[in-house]
Design a binder for this molecule. Structure first.
Ligand code: URA
Length: 233
């Protein structure tokens, strides 16, 4: 016995909210009858979305990809750019969790577990994401302190962040930045707010899950303990 939106999300249809919308739109049927919001799925029920059969508990798959730059984090791109899906070779339909910019590289999770994807990207869950950023010029202590305290991005102050300087010369600063929000182009915009341009950006960790030595363009399955860890975040 499962609530219909949970059943759909766990079958990879989308986030619970997206599934609720499909139900509200009348797109979901249980045993041939249009389902209502809050409906319950019993073992053996036949659930369809737009008349296509869903479920029978599809196995959840969790992958980590080292996204190279030059790939867009969507399943399809109207402009014909390469998508991260071209780097994923499994027999199941997976979806990227969250986004990395076209020119950003690093750790991207892909899964068909809509429930986990939704939890990992929900702003309320405040999951740390760590990036390595190379910035043009020297990041001054005052600028670093502003970034850590919060700067205005699109008129809204960013949450406290951690910025550690790893290396610096006259021309560049290399730093490790940890944020827990996921606003569009957030790291680039934070540095832009203190007058600095991000020349290179790579996500190296989501919480304690690290990219490690995975090569650019390669994927690997997450281990059971990594999946358990993400589910508990
Ligand atoms: N912040 C950015 O500016 N870009 C990304 O891809 C991720 C975080």
């Amino acid at each position: 016995m499962t609530r219909l939106n949970k059943f759909l999300a766990e079958s990879g249809v989308g986030s619970r909210r997206e599934c609720d919308r499909l139900i509200a739109d009348g797109a979901v049927k249980i045993n041939g009858k249009v389902a209502l919001l809050g409906a319950i799925v019993e073992d053996g029920d036949r659930v369809t979305v737009h008349d296509k059969r869903i479920g029978d508990k599809q196995k959840s798959v969790y992958l980590m990809l080292h996204k190279p730059k030059g790939y867009i984090t969507t399943v399809k791109d109207d402009l014909g750019r390469k998508t991260v899906m071209e780097l994923v070779h499994v027999n199941v339909r997976l979806y990227p969790v969250g986004r990395l910019d076209y020119d950003t590289e690093g750790l991207l999770i892909l899964t068909n577990d809509g429930e986990l994807a939704n939890r990992l990207t929900h702003p309320r869950n405040e999951i740390d994401k760590t990036y390595i950023a190379r910035i043009s010029g020297i990041l001054t202590p005052t600028e670093r302190a502003s970034l850590e305290k919060g700067v205005l991005v699109d008129g809204v102050k960013t949450a406290p962040a951690r910025v550690k300087i790893l290396r610096q010369d006259q021309h560049h600063t290399r730093c490790e930045v940890t944020i827990h929000e996921g606003r569009n182009h957030q790291v680039k915009k934070m540095f832009a707010a203190v007058g600095k341009e991000v020349e290179f950006l790579k996500r190296v960790a989501i919480g304690d899950l690290r990219l490690g030595g995975l090569k650019r363009g390669d994927t690997r399955y997450l281990t059971e303990s990594e999946v358990e860890y993400l589910k508990k975040l």
